[in-house]
Design a protein around this ligand. Structure first.
Ligand code: HEM
Length: 193
């Protein structure tokens, strides 16, 4: 089971990072949507703490992903036409932006609102700033607005993966779950030569 990505396939490190990230990311969106509607109280506080801890985990995975991308670049995406090639890259680019932007805006939002960001009460992230109302409002706007946009982007990403699997019947999804047998015969994207 190769650790590194090849020209055709994802290695175990990228696959593990992707699925762990996907799980945490979808959980964060679901908890984020639910917790904001709760009445003030212990449940709300516990969910906010969980959301922040999961956000730190996502951020950590993203930093590891960036290091790993330098060591072992991803295989090129398989695209049927130019439009889908650009769309696929745009969606993944926005997901990358989200994996950095959402934790950072959340971190700023918490600190500027007078709260710390702790990881399951084991350690807290450094405090970036003291209470600051305007920063708090701007970061809250970015975090929550982009959060809603992200639901659509994630759905588009999943729809794309399913289209590749069921309509194009290519190895896009199979290689992300480590089941691509045709390692050396996979064609590289025809548009992005
Ligand atoms: C059930 C949910 C998901 C499925 C089925 C899925 C499927 C896939 C597949 C098949 C690829 C490979 C695309 C290619 O090789 O061109 C991929 C890549 C990718 N996915 Fe997902 N994905 C899911 C959820 C997510 C979520 C929630 C994120 C959010 C961050 C995400 C972020 C990415 C990124 C950034 C890539 C590019 C490769 C990488 O850097 O790891 N995915 N996904």
């Amino acid at each position: 089971m190769p650790l590194k990505n090849s020209e055709q396939n994802y290695g175990i490190v990228s696959r593990a990072n992707h699925w762990l990230t996907a799980f945490i990311f979808i959980g964060l969106l679901a908890i984020g949507l639910y917790m904001t509607g709760l009445e003030k109280g212990d449940d709300k506080q516990a969910l906010y703490a969980l959301h922040k801890s999961m956000g730190i985990a996502l951020f950590g995975l993203m930093l590891l992903r960036l290091v790993w991308l330098k060591i072992s670049p991803n295989p090129e995406q398989l695209s049927k036409n130019k439009f889908e090639h650009i769309l696929g890259h745009a969606v993944k680019g926005l997901l990358y932006l989200a994996m950095l932007g959402m934790p950072i805006s959340g971190w700023i939002m918490s600190n500027s609102g007078g709260h710390e960001v702790s990881f399951f009460n084991m350690f807290a992230l450094p405090t970036l700033m003291g209470e600051h109302e305007m920063t708090h409002e701007i970061s809250e706007f970015i975090h929550s607005t982009f959060g809603f946009v992200l639901i659509a982007i994630v759905l588009l990403h999943i729809a794309g993966a399913l289209k590749h699997h069921f309509v194009y019947k290519d190895v896009t999804l199979l290689r992300m779950v480590g089941k691509n047998k045709a390692t050396d015969t996979t064609e590289k994207n025809s548009e992005g030569k």
